[in-house]
Design a protein around this ligand. Structure first.
Ligand SMILES: Nc1ncnc2c1ncn2[C@@H]1O[C@H](COP(=O)(O)OP(=O)(O)OP(=O)(O)O)[C@@H](O)[C@H]1O
Ligand SMILES: [Mg+2]
Length: 320
């Protein structure tokens, strides 16, 4: 059990589809809620609703059904839309979200971006819920804005694909930077490599991702987007900021590979590690069975590492 836990709202706002946001949300919801017994609420804000489908919910009902609009902009209580999928956490499925976005857009810009914070997080976090997790779409809309304002703690999964760093750049410069400049504190709790499968002692895409994350100043600059003196677009850190410290604060220990380790790997002096999160067939099967991974396959070896991410959420920071 992690010491100094504080209730927290967490979002997964990568502006790029398919790196594992929904997988992380359902898996971490299961760990925080079912395995650790925290009162946890998971909210699917993606109109595509993959997370909802993966938990057995339909994403479209008649527009007369009570939905998020009625809670954010009307008088309906939260209870009217909260479901219990039976995996240790409460759940608000993706329902009629295109019309929710339209309804929010009718309000003034600032007021409409505060609704999720005011109507859900401020009313329940630290009281009814210890953790609230927001799954967001891979493109930006009103609900993404609401999520980052309501949940100023982010987990960013990255897959070893050519577009990964571009996805992070978009997220950092278009979302995180502006939010920090306008609203103040916004914490990236962790960036996490996901779906790894290859060796890292050869020039594989896994190696390229891990090496970029663990060595590049431009990667670190993106993580600090919007902070005083940081120009994320230029890719450089201010002189008084230490690259290794920034990386230590944003990469979980299981994926942190330092310069001397890369040298030792390349010299063949140590066996190349196989860092998590690994490609895991059970993740797809759990989805097909409409269950989060901790319910579908409680003994799955990758859950240990998702547990380390849950520790980071509980603690609010990484300890190397
Ligand atoms: N570690 C993993 N091992 C195997 N499959 C994975 C892993 N992580 C994610 N996947 C699969 O990759 C696909 C994309 O993952 P997921 O839906 O979680 O991403 P996403 O960021 O939420 O995407 P979108 O933006 O489209 O909602 C899914 O089919 C998921 O099952
Ligand atoms: Mg998703």
């Amino acid at each position: 059990m992690v010491e100094n836990q504080t209730p927290k709202a967490v979002c997964f706002p990568m502006l790029k589809g398919g790196f594992g946001k929904s997988t992380f949300v359902s898996t971490l919801g299961g760990i925080l809620g079912k395995v650790r017994g925290h009162n946890t609420l998971v909210i699917d804000l993606d109109p595509a609703g993959h997370l909802s489908t993966g938990l057995g919910y339909y994403t479209r009902e008649s527009s007369s059904a009570t939905d998020l609009s009625d809670v954010l902009l009307g008088d309906e209580p939260l209870e009217a839309i909260v479901k219990n999928p039976g995996h240790g956490f409460d759940f608000i499925p993706s329902l009629n979200l295109d019309s929710v976005t339209d309804d929010l857009s009718k309000d003034s810009v600032l007021a409409s971006d505060l609704k999720m914070k005011q109507e859900i997080v401020d009313k329940t976090l630290g009281d009814r819920y210890e953790y609230i997790l927001f799954d967001v779409p891979g493109t930006r809309n009103k609900l993404t804005n609401n999520a980052v304002v309501a949940a100023p703690n982010a987990i960013l999964p990255l897959m070893p694909k050519p577009e990964a760093l571009n996805g992070l750049r978009e997220t950092a410069t278009r979302l995180v930077g502006p939010i920090r400049s306008q609203l103040g504190e916004f914490t990236i709790l962790a960036t996490v490599p996901n779906d790894l499968s290859a060796r890292i002692d050869h020039q594989t895409s896994d190696r390229k991702l891990l090496e970029a994350m663990n060595t590049q100043e431009s990667f670190a600059a993106l993580l600090l987007a919007g902070r005083d003196g940081v120009d994320a677009r230029s890719g450089t850190l201010p002189d008084d900021i230490d690259l290794e410290t920034v990386l230590d604060e944003h990469i979980p220990p299981f994926a942190r590979i330092r310069a001397d380790e890369w040298d030792a790997i390349d010299a063949g002096e140590i066996d190349a590690p196989k860092p998590p999160i690994r490609h895991t067939a059970a993740i797809g099967k759990a989805y097909e069975q409409r269950e989060p991974l901790p319910s579908y396959d409680p003994e799955n070896p990758q859950l240990e590492h998702f547990g380390e991410i849950a520790d980071i959420i509980e603690r609010g920071r990484i300890i190397q």
